[in-house]
Design a protein around this ligand. Structure first.
Ligand SMILES: *Cc1c(COP(=O)(O)O)cnc(C)c1O
Length: 356
């Protein structure tokens, strides 16, 4: 037995092997991506995503190879000059750094792990075209809540908002109307193997891309957009990945239900931690704590010991990330992980001495 709580690539739905077999049996693995059969798969996948995740009908869903590619597409096709990045962790920082290579005038503001973004104190310059936010920071288990996004949108009506929701989309309820761009990839809350990214764009975002009309790259947004209008893609895509995504989206409940289920498991882990000395959430402020990537800190020696003992019982706890590598471990609270795995995790922790 090996149970993994690693937050990406993460545990895939146990039905995935059956879906792969089905794709093979139906000839989907060798399908022509300019064919009507592929267009049908694409149409269905997009419609299921909109349905289950509550994505507005007038938003465009496009497919890429990864979330990282989406970062690059935004920098090259949606910015004339610069964006403004607000972050408190490694993924937000990486996004800023990638963007800065393409648009050197890009700026940033960092905030603390326990902090809500202080919207009144942002002082975003007039010249920033996009505000870029990592909604769920996978490296430290924090989130920017929807109220804060709403406030930013309200205070900056002339700017566009781009949101990296890679480790929350399909796990947490998101109000897509609050931003113009949402990006993610499938190896986190979608419970699928890596190799497919998702870029979601509001009509205003599409309009801006068409105005700029940057067409110098294979993945220039106007080109990606004109293809998806015909239910095609700009290169031979990850057809299997898209098919698997349609199967998963078909089988999962509505996002509000998924959100509630993850919340219950989140509460279970919170209660457990309250009863254990030496362990606590890295983020002290529940209003900005991630619901999908639970990041728990302790003495490095204790963290090491727990990870080893868990491993002996067939449970992989996710390593800490970056500067928190030794002082934290992470638990992916992703929908594909069965509740029974959380039962076993709970049993493991209850079996540890209370005074660690
Ligand atoms: C995992 C992750 C990424 C990178 O995703 P790729 O699909 O590997 O490019 C980006 N942002 C966040 C917040 C992530 O969790």
């Amino acid at each position: 037995m090996n149970i993994s709580f690693y937050p990406g690539p993460s545990t895939v739905y146990k039905e995935v092997p059956n879906y792969v077999q089905e794709a093979y049996d139906k000839g989907i693995l060798s399908i022509n991506h300019r064919s009507e059969s592929f267009a049908q798969i694409l149409r269905k996948t997009i419609s299921l995503l909109k349905d289950k995740l509550l994505i507005p009908d007038d938003y465009t869903i496009m497919f890429t190879s990864s979330a990282t590619e989406c970062w690059e597409i935004i920098a090259q096709s949606l910015l004339r000059k610069e964006s403004f990045h607000i972050y408190n962790g490694e993924f937000g920082k990486k996004w800023f750094e990638y963007t800065k290579k393409i648009r050197p005038d890009t700026r940033r503001k960092e905030f603390g792990i326990d902090q809500n973004i202080d919207v009144s104190d942002l002082q975003i310059p007039f010249s920033s075209e996009f505000i870029c936010i990592t909604q769920n920071e996978t490296s430290n288990g924090t989130e920017v809540n929807l109220e804060t996004l709403k406030e930013i949108q309200k205070n900056y009506p002339d700017k566009l908002l781009a949101i990296d929701a890679t480790s929350s989309i399909a796990g947490s309820f998101l109000d897509f109307k609050l931003a113009d761009i949402w990006l993610g990839s499938v190896q986190k809350c979608f419970g699928l193997p890596a190799g497919l990214g998702i870029l979601i764009c509001s009509p205003k975002g599409i309009q801006k891309a068409l105005e700029i009309n940057e067409c110098n790259h294979y993945n220039s947004l106007p080109f990606v957009y004109s293809n998806i209008q015909k239910f095609q893609t700009h290169y031979t895509p990850n057809v299997l990945g898209i098919f698997l995504l349609s199967k998963v989206m078909e089988s999962v409940p509505n996002i509000k239900e998924v959100d509630q289920r993850l919340l219950l498991r989140n509460n279970r882990i919170s209660t457990l931690l309250e009863n254990m000395k030496g362990l606590e959430f890295l983020c002290n402020n529940p209003s900005v704590r991630s619901k999908t990537v639970l990041t728990i800190k302790g003495e490095p020696r204790l963290i090491f010991k727990l990870k080893e003992e868990a491993k002996d019982q067939g449970i992989s706890l996710g390593n800490g990330y970056g500067s928190f590598k030794d002082s934290t471990f992470r638990i992916a609270n992703f929908p594909a992980i069965p509740d029974e795995h959380f039962d076993l995790l709970e049993k493991f922790f209850v079996g540890q001495p209370r005074d660690l």
